[in-house]
Design a binder for this molecule. Structure first.
Ligand code: ADP
Ligand code: MG
Length: 339
């Protein structure tokens, strides 16, 4: 009989990290969400080699007090849930206190951070179970994270990363979606020393779409604005003529968070029935507001899937919102509200 042994902490940390961090884009998603939670108005994401060797995320948010910095990297350390009664928030908002611990378990991390009220900032480096000293340093208000050599200590994971260009595209996609859902924050995406896009943080969704998805995409949009009882749908859909050959340009946000949703695609595509050729897909940037208790966005921390407790009602709202917009623009003539 083999003996049962408890895994060393270092090993169990690596396993836990794998649950949250799969590739550079999952690191970026977590870190950018932290910057947003910190109240940042400007967020810069810079990557080299698809993020595999180098990721730098700069925010001008609230920063951290020196003594809080090492704690932030402990598993289950969070400033966002105080009480057990907040358990609902863990599930709805995904505050698990796991991201920084997971990233530090599988990469070489340096953080620079400063609160407005402090005279000096703090720098701190951590990698695996090795942490450096807290050092006083001059730096701007906010937080900068430098994340190098992702999975340097997990060769199997490293092998699973794709070509740099594929990883870089995945990072870009994530930053694009987050930037679209926060037009009030100025984002800048730098890829191998070249600025890929930047938004102005003016708060206007159309301006953000123009900056992120391009002039051509922005020119062919129809505004959507719809409300029925509990649900609200706003944003833009593409003109049928400009539909695409895949669903990459379908962007759905629920209560401000990007989601991948097969159901949403189906509702959208049903609204375009007979307007689009087979094999073509409508484009959209659609924001759904639904009662928070009816939606579970965080089935899995690293996934952007979503589950509704009242799926039919939400999909009906989406369908009617799009139908209405198409009708107002003279693209559908007859349309009955009952179906
Ligand atoms: P969570 O976001 O679930 O709280 P994280 O591991 O992502 O867990 O972060 C741990 C804590 O570190 C946060 O609760 C927050 O207090 C602090 N933190 C992380 N990133 C930042 C940031 N960019 N600015 C200020 N504080 C941060
Ligand atoms: Mg977090």
């Amino acid at each position: 009989m083999p003996h049962i042994t408890v895994l060393r902490k270092e090993i169990s940390e690596l396993i836990a990290a794998g649950e949250v961090i799969e590739r550079p884009s999952s690191v970026i998603k977590e870190v950018v969400e932290n910057a947003i939670d910190a109240g940042a108005k400007h967020i810069t994401v810079e990557i080299q080699h698809g993020g595999t060797t180098y990721m730098r995320i700069v925010d001008d948010g609230c920063g951290m007090a020196p003594e809080e910095v090492p704690t932030a990297f402990l598993r289950h350390a969070t400033s966002k849930i105080a009480e057990k009664t907040d358990l609902d928030h863990i599930f709805t908002l995904g505050f698990r206190g796991e991201a920084l611990a997971s990233i530090a378990a599988v990469a070489k991390v340096t953080v620079l951070t400063k609160r407005k009220e402090d005279d000096f900032g703090t720098s701190y480096s951590i990698s695996g179970s090795t942490a450096g000293e807290l050092e006083q340093t001059g730096c701007p208000d906010g937080t900068t994270l430098l994340i190098r050599d992702l999975f340097y200590n997990v060769p199997v994971r490293k092998k699973f990363m794709k070509r740099d260009v594929t990883e870089a595209n995945a990072v870009s996609q994530i930053v694009q979606k987050i930037a679209l859902s926060h037009p009030e924050i100025a984002f800048r995406m730098i890829r191998d020393n070249r600025t890929e896009f930047r938004t102005d943080g003016s708060g206007d969704l159309y301006t953000a779409i123009y900056a992120i998805l391009g002039k051509e995409f922005a020119h062919d949009l129809i505004p959507v604005s719809y409300e029925d009882g509990m649900n609200q749908v706003t944003g833009f859909v593409g003109k049928p003529l400009y539909s695409r050959s895949n669903r990459t340009f379908q962007n759905f946000f629920i209560n401000g968070r990007y989601v991948r949703s097969r159901q949403c695609s189906v509702a959208l595509e049903n609204a375009y029935q007979n307007l689009i050729m087979v094999g073509k897909f409508p484009t959209c940037v659609l924001m759904l507001q639904v009662p928070p208790e009816q939606v579970d966005v965080n089935i899995h921390p690293a996934k952007a899937e979503v589950r509704f407790s009242n799926e039919k009602a939400v999909m009906d709202s989406l369908f009617f919102a799009v139908k209405n917009a198409l009708m107002k623009n003279g693209l559908i003539y007859e349309f009955q509200m009952d179906h």
